[in-house]
Design a binder for this molecule. Structure first.
Ligand SMILES: Cc1cc2nc3c(=O)[nH]c(=O)nc-3n(C[C@H](O)[C@H](O)[C@H](O)COP(=O)(O)OP(=O)(O)OC[C@H]3O[C@@H](n4cnc5c(N)ncnc54)[C@H](O)[C@@H]3O)c2cc1C
Length: 290
């Protein structure tokens, strides 16, 4: 199969790697508009569960990435001069540039043709998708502002009705965005890359593979977008919370996306939660941490 990945972000690189791992005979090219060492964002945080699927897919790149992980368990919330520490989670962090360089090296070693500083003029491809699904409106893109502080300014929510058209398929932030305040974008990109490579291998023809990929990935993405919306609304209404006692404030912050419940907090850190409960009761306030 001949594959062209547009962009050497986590999605494009990891998909290129995943295709080569399944069949070294695939002709895989990645075109990236930026230089090899350009990378936005300072670090990438993953939950410690994220590398499990990666490990099965590609032990070599996962081990390389893991060797640069900084891992921690605690979330520290400082509120009203008081420091609250809640443990039991499990995070892993790596510099974004470091991660991408490792993936680039690995992709090249597998025979991926990685061409940096090569902008792809997507007008024709975009138009095909736009005509069919967006009433001719242009696709949103953050491609034009990847350098400098403007990168940090807007985090739009993107939902696509269809993730494919003909032999073109969307992946990563191109297909869906909008979970910045809970931050699983890189893991979603990796998981999507693995899923599509698997479906292309196991469920030809192309359209059937794309359909299965879209059905599988859309469900998880929508779930996380919904959680992210809850989290975003918490931040947008942040003026409601500063008067809460520090433990309740931390509890409200940690459960803001509603993916982590009171029960989850109990399992993760029962001592911390026990400490929070009497205080919340004695103040007679209603919070989610009861
Ligand atoms: C400030 C910030 C912090 C974040 N922190 C985290 C975090 O801690 N954990 C986490 O999981 N996620 C985080 N994310 C989200 C995560 O970075 C994205 O979800 C992830 O990078 C998506 O990968 P991608 O490959 O789909 O897109 P991108 O990483 O955006 O890669 C797309 C690539 O395509 C290239 N490109 C675009 N147009 C063209 C063209 N026409 N021709 C050639 N190349 C092109 C771009 O230069 C870019 O390199 C963060 C995002 C931001 C903005």
């Amino acid at each position: 199969m001949t594959v062209l990945c547009l962009g050497s972000g986590p999605a494009g690189l990891y998909f290129a790697i995943s295709m080569k791992l399944r069949d070294a005979g695939h002709q895989v090219t990645v075109r990236e508009r930026s230089r090899a060492n350009d990378a936005f964002g300072r670090g990438v945080v993953l939950s410690d569960a994220a590398p499990r699927r990666m490990q099965q897919n590609d032990p070599a790149s996962t081990d390389a990435i893991r060797s640069h992980f900084v891992c921690w368990d605690d979330i520290v919330v400082v509120h009203d001069g008081r420091r609250t520490v809640s443990g039991g989670r499990g995070f892993a962090g790596i510099g974004r540039k470091q991660m991408l360089v490792l993936l680039q090296d690995h992709a090249r070693a597998l025979g991926v043709d990685l061409r940096v500083e090569t902008e792809f003029d997507g007008a024709e491809t975009s138009c095909k998708i736009c005509e069919r699904h967006a009433g001719g409106h242009a696709l949103m893109s953050h491609a034009a502002h990847l350098r400098g502080p403007t990168v940090w300014m807007k985090f739009p929510r993107v939902i696509c009705e269809s993730w494919y058209n003909g032999n073109v398929v969307l992946m990563g932030d191109a297909a869906t965005r909008g979970y910045l305040s809970i931050g699983p974008g890189v893991r979603l990109a990796f998981d999507s890359a693995i899923a599509l490579a698997d479906y292309l291998l196991n469920e030809p023809p192309l359209e059937a593979a794309f359909e299965r990929y879209q059905a599988e990935r859309r469900t998880e993405v929508l779930r996380l977008q919904s959680a992210s919306r809850n989290s975003l609304e918490w931040f947008e209404a942040a003026e409601r919370y500063p008067d809460l006692p520090p433990e309740q404030f931390a509890c409200s912050l940690l459960t803001r996306s509603q993916r982590i419940s009171h029960e989850n907090l109990r399992l993760r850190d029962p001592d911390w939660l026990r400490g929070a409960r009497p205080r919340s009761r004695s103040r007679g306030r209603t919070t989610r941490c009861r």
